[in-house]
Design a protein around this ligand. Structure first.
Ligand SMILES: Nc1nc2c(ncn2[C@@H]2O[C@H](COP(=O)(O)OP(=O)(O)OP(=O)(O)O)[C@@H](O)[C@H]2O)c(=O)[nH]1
Length: 781
């Protein structure tokens, strides 16, 4: 078994040559004439074998492409009526192997089902590769099974025409025995026993046993079989090599009359232990192995098909379309017709196809005792005409294997391919249907989504623009307001009252402070205005973005303008000069000389009479006298008195040089005194005027109004960025979400389109392959 027919003459056990319409087998040295119907069978067999091989390869490729599609795009396999690729076959519970319905008992989604389907498909690919091996292998295994003591070993011996296997009235075969021609063991008759510790069961043993590897078995003589068949606790398989026809051993040639090594297809017979509760499962599993081409079920006519037998047959017939039934001990039955009918009825229920051709597949044997004797054919004949003897059975079996090996060898592959391709056809049709439905659904969803996406995008753009504009207007407003406020602050300064010559120093300081305070105050006011306005606009922006109140970040307006740079930017210094106290003008001086009053800093003519002050104030603040008209009055009085004295003293000599000298000196002193008095008198007007000018000049020079307006508006802009960004982000997320949904739908739609194309091609290829397989005619007579 480990070695195959390569021993013979090449890769194939038989090299077939055409020779004027006959087949020859070169192994026997002489050309053998094979009947033309066998020749036809061989030709058909090879053609079918080749066609099936191609179909297996194509089916495997189809499965691979389906798997690939399933991995990139989970396919729909929620189909209840699949036979090979039904995912429910993968969902079994516990020891009782109860099947679960994926749709009822377990709710599995498309992805989960597709993963199970992957496993199922992989198994199917493995099975296909085994089928390929099987289709290309020309060896044939025949499993003989049946109830305990039903006559399996006797049947085996009868078919081999040798008493090789032990038979007994009591159950005796406890180990599976495979009988192979000694051709496969260098012409030696031996028993190779596979120990239980090498292989636990027969299925395993068949795989592990290798004739060329002595560690996989133990040698025994043929005579030891009597003992070995009982030792089921030691051996899982006994391989028995025999000379079926001792006469042909010397030439090592195949014999047409042989069953095991006949020159066209080599057969091995496997005798199995009787079916009891323990053995049914093992036999069922074994019979389903691809290596088993044909199952012969031996029925004791007296017992008919027992429960174990029925179990086995119904399970095995799912895999093997045809089974042989050999009814033994039929001769002992009185009412043969009734017995026959009862058994045929049972077969009809369990394996309808076998029943349909029961004349070929169901054999009634009357007497096994004599059947073992190859020479005594007369005793093998049943009393009835329709009950073939062992020779007829042997011939039928051999013909079946030889002429109908298409069925035994290739039918399982064809049957499997038909089921698989039908499954694939159903899957592709189902997917095309589902994809169409999904596509309609996706298109509807996309149509609904499209306007929403546009609306959201437009809303987002509009709101962005509105917020941008709002921020820009706010910042401009803050800038302008701050600039105006600072620019007008100096002019709006309220200067303190001048409290006389002695308070001149304080007056200077107070005037400067008044200007400074006004400017700084205007800046602080502008900052406060910016805070309030910014706070309002922040709320407005969140309102525009429809951000829920509890989701808005807390806005702490008091934190605005708190950094050091803000404090520093408000500071500036102006250096005071003595000259800042005076700003003489001819107009002012001439007014001063008039009795009426003096020009004040606002240009208004102010009249300060001697009487407009309380006399007590002059007492309290004598220096006030200098800012009043009192010194002027005094000057005028003194000058006038002096001139009058001169006129009186010099009379007509008033215009004499001496008189003019005296008058000139007096006038000079008078003028000087009046000028000094004017300057002192003009100080409350001149100082604020000069300071105002000086501060304005400085503020202009350092661009104070712009710097602060810029600073304040910049802070507001910075602050407003946060809600603007937040609202934009929310809108973007909303848009992105919709765009993502659209993208997702489009991608699904695209996938659907690809899947649709895939399944269209897949359906066409599957259909073609299915038609090819259907056209393979294995029914050759
Ligand atoms: N009368 C009669 N006896 C048969 C026939 N076939 C087998 N026997 C007898 O039935 C007994 C059991 O036959 P076996 O061939 O050992 O049966 P088995 O099915 O191999 O038995 P186990 O493998 O041990 O279950 C033997 O004594 C056979 O001689 C038959 O067709 N007619």
């Amino acid at each position: 078994m480990g070695e195959n027919t390569k021993n013979n003459s090449g890769n194939e056990p038989f090299e077939i040559f055409y020779n004027q319409g006959t087949f020859t087998t070169p192994s026997n040295g002489a050309n053998k004439i094979i009947p033309s119907n066998v020749q036809l069978s061989q030709w058909n067999y090879n053609t079918n074998r080749m066609q099936l091989s191609v179909s297996i390869k194509k089916s495997s490729d189809l499965l691979s492409s389906l798997l690939q599609e399933n991995n990139s795009n989970p396919i729909n396999i929620d189909l209840p009526d699949l036979s090979i690729l039904n995912v429910e076959n993968n969902l079994k519970l516990g020891n009782n192997q109860k099947k679960l319905s994926s749709t009822n008992d377990l709710k599995l989604d498309k992805i989960a089902l597709s993963k199970i389907f992957n496993a199922q498909s992989e198994n199917s690919k493995i099975h296909l590769s085994k089928l390929m091996k099987r289709v290309q292998d020309i060896k044939s295994k025949v499993l003989i099974t049946g109830d305990l003591n039903s006559g399996k070993s006797s049947l085996c011996n009868a078919l081999l025409k040798r008493n090789i296997l032990p038979t007994d009235q009591l159950p005796c075969t406890n180990v599976f025995i495979e009988v192979v021609d000694s051709f496969y063991n260098n012409g030696l008759e031996e028993v190779h026993a596979v120990p239980i510790d090498v292989a636990e069961n027969v299925s395993d043993a068949v795989k592990k046993y290798n004739r060329l590897n002595a560690t996989t078995f133990k040698f025994f003589k043929i005579e030891d079989l009597e003992r070995l068949v009982f030792e089921n606790d030691k051996w899982s398989l006994l391989t028995v090599y025999i000379h079926e026809n001792p006469a042909s051993v010397s030439t090592s040639t195949a014999d047409d009359n042989n069953l095991l090594h006949n020159g066209i297809v080599d057969i091995s017979l496997i005798d199995s232990p009787g079916l009891n509760v323990d053995m049914v499962h093992t036999s069922e599993v074994f019979s389903k192995q691809e290596e088993i081409d044909l199952v012969i079920f031996v029925v004791n006519a007296a017992n008919q098909l027992t429960l174990s037998g029925k179990d086995f047959v119904s399970s095995a017939s799912r895999e093997k379309q045809f089974m042989y039934f050999v009814v033994t001990k039929f001769g002992d039955i009185k009412n043969k017709e009734r017995c026959k009918q009862l058994i045929l009825d049972q077969i009809k229920t369990l394996s309808p196809l076998t029943y349909k051709e029961h004349e070929k597949f169901v054999h009634f044997i009357s007497n096994a005792d004599n059947g073992n004797s190859p020479d005594d054919n007369s005793n093998n004949t049943d009393n009835g005409d329709d009950t073939p003897n062992y020779d007829q059975l042997r011939e039928s079996l051999r013909n079946f294997v030889l002429k109908k090996r298409c069925l035994s060898k290739l039918l399982p592959a064809k049957t499997y391919l038909l089921k698989l391709l039908t499954d694939l056809k159903k899957i592709s049709n189902h997917n095309v249907y589902k994809i169409n439905l999904e596509t309609i659904n996706l298109k509807e969803k996309l149509q609904e989504l499209e306007p929403k996406v546009h609306a959201a995008q437009e809303e987002s753009e509009l709101l962005n623009r509105q917020i941008e504009l709002l921020v820009e207007n706010t910042v401009t407003e803050i800038y302008d307001a701050t600039r105006d406020s600072i620019a007008t602050s100096i002019d709006l300064t309220k200067f303190p009252r001048y409290e006389g010559l002695s308070g001149t120093y304080d007056y200077v300081l107070l005037c400067r402070k008044a200007i400074m305070d006004n400017i700084v105050h205007s800046v602080a006011n502008s900052e406060e205005y910016a805070r309030s306005l910014t706070e309002n606009v922040v709320t407005k922006i969140y309102d525009m973005g429809k951000v829920e109140k509890d989701k808005r970040p807390i806005f702490a307006k008091d934190l605005m303008f708190k950094q050091k740079k803000h404090i520093l930017s408000k500071k500036f210094t102006v250096i005071f000069h003595f000259g800042d106290m005076f700003q003489p003008s001819w107009l002012g001086f001439s007014k001063f000389l008039q009795w009426g009053g003096s020009i004040q800093n606002d240009g208004e003519l102010e009249t300060q009479y001697f009487t407009n002050k309380n006399l007590m104030s002059y007492v309290k603040e004598p220096s006030l006298i200098f800012t009043s008209k009192i010194p002027t009055l005094f000057m005028y009085s003194f000058g006038g008195a002096k001139i009058l004295t001169n006129i009186f003293m010099y009379g007509t000599q008033i215009f004499s040089l001496q008189a003019l000298k005296n008058i000139g000196g007096s006038l000079l002193i008078l003028g000087s005194c009046l000028s000094a008095a004017y300057l002192v008198h003009d100080l409350p007007r001149a100082l604020p005027l000069n300071l105002t000018k000086k501060y304005k000049k400085l503020l202009n020079e350092i661009d104070y109004a712009h710097q602060n307006s810029n600073r304040i508006s910049k802070v507001s802009r910075q602050v407003l960025k946060t809600p603007s960004k937040e609202v934009c982000r929310i809108l973007e997320v909303k848009c992105d979400d919709l765009v993502e949904q659209r993208k997702d739908l489009e991608s699904k739609l695209n996938n659907n389109l690809n899947s649709f194309k895939f399944f269209q091609d897949f359906a066409a290829n599957t259909k073609k392959n299915l038609e090819d397989v259907q056209s393979i005619d294995l029914d050759i007579d």
